[in-house]
Write a protein that binds this ligand. Structure first.
Ligand code: TMP
Length: 219
């Protein structure tokens, strides 16, 4: 998408990178370092997350992580948050030529609501088309790790939210949901072995971004 320009620069093209993986995969650790790396290479960066990224979407996030609800309600709230986030954060940042780093996006809905909860993927696809109007990340970094490894990391790290309290079977289905999305759209996915030590994962993150940027002449 041709950018309207960072500080008036009409030559800058926005790029959209999403970070995905089951809870405990370690993806969030690498977002700020990647932002720093991109800034050191002269890029303007917008860091954001889903559900969240705007006041409205952050309010919906608080409900999603805490309140009991059925899979349809959960799905509608996730897409409502996404719509607001796209309209008021992601699309304007891309139009300004920024690199948007988004901690989760719609692949998480196919993985968690589709795979984890068993929600109909055809309906998810319809909501996706309606809300996103064809917009997809340019690159999705999938931090793939075995659910038992991720569970051990979560137990050591934090009090679990409503999703993190789910059992291993749920996270196996979420992981399978991510694999289906990767198989359906392999050109935008980079699969990273998130069972490795963080330094190795970081090298894989950099490699994936550089490879994609070179292949598609991003900058
Ligand atoms: P986070 O812990 O990575 O910030 O994500 C919050 C939780 O929200 C995480 O457990 C996954 C869940 N989630 C969904 O179930 N569907 C979605 O579409 C998104 C974006 C997140």
């Amino acid at each position: 998408m041709p950018g309207a320009g960072v500080q008036g620069r009409a030559d800058v093209t926005g790029r959209f990178i999403s970070f995905e993986g089951i809870d405990g995969a370690g993806k969030s650790t690498h977002i700020e370092p990647l932002a720093e790396w991109l800034r050191s290479h002269g890029r303007t960066v917008r860091l954001t997350r889903e559900p969240g990224g705007t006041d409205l979407a952050e309010s919906l996030r608080a409900l999603l992580l805490a309140q009991p609800m059925d899979a349809l309600t959960e799905t509608l709230l996730v897409f409502a948050a996404r719509r607001d986030h796209l309209q008021r954060c992601i699309l304007p940042a891309l139009a300004d030529g920024a690199v948007v780093l988004c901690d989760r996006f719609t692949d998480a809905t196919f993985a968690y609501q589709g795979g984890g909860r068993g929600f109909d993927p055809t309906v998810l696809g319809q909501l996706e088309a309606w809300v996103q109007q064809g917009r997809q990340p340019d690159l999705t970094l999938w931090f793939d790790v075995a659910p038992d490894v991720a569970a051990a990391r979560r137990a050591a790290a934090r009090a679990p939210d409503r999703f993190e309290r789910e059992d291993l079977g749920f996270f196996e289905r979420v992981r399978a949901g991510y694999a289906e999305r990767r198989d359906a759209q392999p050109q935008r996915f980079a699969v990273l072995d998130a069972g490795q030590p963080p330094e190795r994962v970081w090298q894989a993150v950099l490699h994936a971004v550089q490879t994609k940027a070179e292949a598609e002449a991003w900058w």
